[in-house]
Design a protein around this ligand. Structure first.
Ligand code: COI
Length: 365
């Protein structure tokens, strides 16, 4: 059966909020706390494949207490954004790239792979149903959260044979609140990912396992944990929920450096976007390992001039201060750098439909 042409039946009509009510609910709402009025749902079983596609009111689920996803964590997700362009249209940023990664995450957890075309179709359905929620203000967007989890009630330790795909959404602004350089804490006790593990998958358990380290970072007065490689505890991999870039040099000598995807790093779509777009801004890019010593020494000698975090949620956020067991150091003078600003402006221009989009990253809905 052609699973890419699954229809999404529309059922039920939520009590729609007025624009004023929507504005009041989403103003100052913390990241991921106020959801829109609709959701998309799709089921998969070993016998019927993908079926029961639906767009309906956002509502709690009825789940069997023995659902595998709750017990053994067979669960993967995505995060992507819909924007209101300056001319009033709606577009989703790189939904095919997110759909492809969703399939790779599912494959790693031995879950059924939702065809990318169906993933994009589901995204279009939700964005259309919740079109009134796509904000027009700069820096605001509709964050879309696709989720796939094992819903089969069966506690034998084997991959499930029934799954649920859900897609929900919320309005988001800045992940770190007001724009300011972030502070990061280098974790030397905890590890996020090991070779052969699940680090490259957007797997729920990776995030649950990061909470303890992230809580330590918060206790140290920092915004994010920095993960080092698990074997040598030396090479920088990524931050709690985002990738990392280093800027080396000044003026025309500047270049971007980011750790290579070694299987233990989440292959960020924003990371990939920056690697593709930076050369056109006159910024050569290099994927190469960076150690904590190189980071510290680079900052001390002025060779590393900026560091920034990037992700769908985080966008582009400068790192100002680094806290380690051996003491703190600052990147540059600790304030946001010009390269992060340039890249952030370029992405914002594309997202608002104001800058050229030669790669066709904006998918108009
Ligand atoms: C995103 O950047 O969209 C992420 O998925 C990170 C999120 C869990 C905060």
């Amino acid at each position: 059966r052609d699973i890419t042409s699954i229809p999404f039946a529309h059922h039920g009509t939520p009590a729609l909020l007025t624009p004023a009510e929507r504005g009041a609910r989403t103003a100052e709402a913390p990241f991921g706390s106020v959801f829109t009025e609709h959701m998309v749902s799709l089921k998969w079983t070993g016998t019927d494949g993908w079926h029961d596609g639906e767009v309906g009111p956002y509502a709690p689920l009825v789940l069997d207490p023995a659902a595998v996803g709750l017990h053994y964590g067979q669960s993967v997700f995505e995060g992507l954004k819909a924007y209101r362009t300056a001319d009033g249209r709606t577009a989703v940023f790189r939904p095919h790239a997110h759909g492809d990664r969703f399939r790779r995450s599912a494959a790693r957890l031995l879950m059924p792979e939702l065809p990318t075309q169906t993933f994009v179709h589901a995204v279009e359905e939700l964005v259309r149903a919740d079109a009134a929620w796509v904000p027009a203000e700069e820096h605001r967007s509709l964050y879309l959260r696709p989720l796939l989890f094992a819903s089969e009630a069966h506690l034998a330790l084997r991959p499930a044979r029934e799954f649920r795909f859900l897609l929900i959404a919320f309005v988001t602004e800045r992940f770190f609140g007001a724009p300011r350089p972030i502070t990061v804490w280098i974790s030397e006790d905890y590890a996020r990912a090991t070779p052969g593990g699940t680090g490259a998958a957007k797997f729920g358990g990776n995030y649950a396992a990061s909470y303890a380290a992230q809580a330590r970072a918060t206790a140290e007065g920092c915004d994010q944990v920095v993960w080092l490689d698990a074997q040598e505890r030396r090479w920088v991999e990524e931050l709690g929920g985002m990738n990392i870039f280093f800027v080396e040099g000044t003026g025309a000598q500047r270049r971007l450096v980011t750790p290579p995807l070694s299987g233990t790093i989440l292959p960020g779509v924003t990371r990939d976007t920056i690697l593709s777009a930076a050369p056109e801004l006159g910024l050569p890019v290099e994927e190469r390992p960076v150690s904590v010593e190189q980071w510290r020494e680079g900052c001390r000698q002025g060779r590393i001039t900026e560091v920034f975090a990037c992700g769908t949620a985080a966008q582009v956020s400068s790192v100002g201060t680094v806290r380690t067991a051996d003491g703190d150091f600052t990147v540059g003078d600790g304030s946001p750098g010009p390269v992060a600003g340039m890249i952030s402006d370029l992405l914002a221009g594309i997202e608002r439909g104001l800058a050229p989009d030669p790669a066709g990253w904006m998918h108009y809905v």
